[in-house]
Ligand binder design. Structure first.
Ligand SMILES: NC(=O)c1ccc[n+]([C@@H]2O[C@H](COP(=O)([O-])OP(=O)(O)OC[C@H]3O[C@@H](n4cnc5c(N)ncnc54)[C@H](OP(=O)(O)O)[C@@H]3O)[C@@H](O)[C@H]2O)c1
Length: 258
């Protein structure tokens, strides 16, 4: 039976560009009601216009997930707009680079506030709505960086992403009695505006080690999030779905071309 998404209400944080747009597109194209968030009203408006042009209408909501009160305000306003909430995609994240010897407290706080605390408090704020939904779903965008791999300059980012995964596993346990599933999608290298900021050289190097021979696209992550939020995944919780074109598989660099 084809699943109906018509009455499913979805909040995608960090939905104004990159992976969040791919996630929003997947849900909106399926027929769900979608609110996307980000800090920049301009970026949000551009994303909403672009998606509407593709026949995937979504509503934009300006919100900063780096503070607990911001997360709670965001979820309350999204639930108001949607008339409730069934699916939270906690996707907003930043990945600035800094070598360990140069780390400052401000830098560490910036990364952890958005990536880790932003996930934790968005989920906390969403719980009452997801309980009321009766088919609550949380999909957290983590990364292969941290849970599985490392990358020089991204130690704090990697720590934030591994921590998200730890949070997912215990949140899955706490929320299972309410019929809520909590899972993670761990992207490999995905072609986004944020990734472009790492520079051509870094992107070429990333592409060379992907067995699939290409970078991922935001829509690849959207498809994974849609699966985890669907009724077919109602018995899947506390899991990490790696979406990376096989990037973490080779036991030696030569294995990619062998
Ligand atoms: N691209 C990859 O290769 C890759 C790989 C693995 C994991 N990821 C993860 O995927 C997620 C999205 O990455 P991306 O590459 O799509 O990044 P991106 O292109 O830089 O987009 C990030 C999104 O998050 C929003 N955002 C950032 N900080 C925020 C905050 N404090 N509050 C609210 N929104 C915020 C941004 O909007 P504003 O700036 O307007 O707020 C934007 O919509 C992140 O969690 C990242 O760690 C990405």
């Amino acid at each position: 039976m084809v699943e109906s998404w018509q009455d499913v209400r979805v909040l995608v944080t960090g939905g104004s560009q990159g992976i969040g747009v791919g996630i929003a597109r997947a849900f909106a194209t399926a027929g769900a009601q979608v609110v996307v968030t980000g800090r920049s009203a301009e970026r949000l408006a551009a994303a909403c216009e672009r998606l509407a042009g593709e026949g995937a209408a979504v509503t934009g909501l300006v919100a900063d997930v780096a503070r607990r009160d911001g997360c709670h305000r965001m979820v309350a306003e999204a639930a108001e707009l949607l008339g409730g909430l069934d699916v939270l995609c906690a996707n907003a994240g930043v990945y600035p680079e800094q070598r360990i010897e140069d780390l400052t407290e401000e830098f560490v706080d910036e990364v952890l506030d958005t990536n880790l605390k932003g996930t934790i408090f968005a989920v906390q704020a969403a719980v009452p709505h997801l309980v009321a939904s009766g088919r609550g779903r949380v999909v957290v965008t983590t990364s292969i960086t941290g849970p599985t791999t490392g990358y020089p300059g991204l130690a704090v980012y990697a720590a934030s992403k591994a921590a998200q995964l730890g949070f997912v596993r215990t949140a899955a346990l706490e929320l299972a009695p309410h019929g809520i599933t909590v899972n993670a999608v761990s992207p490999g290298a995905i072609r986004t505006e944020g990734l472009a900021g790492l520079g051509e050289e870094a992107i070429d190097a990333m592409t060379r080690v992907i067995p699939a021979g290409r970078l991922g696209e935001p829509d690849d992550i959207g498809a994974a999030a849609l699966y985890l939020a669907g009724l077919g995944a109602s018995f899947v919780t506390g899991q990490e779905l790696v979406v990376d074109g096989g990037q973490v598989l080779p036991e030696h660099p030569d294995a990619v071309s062998a």
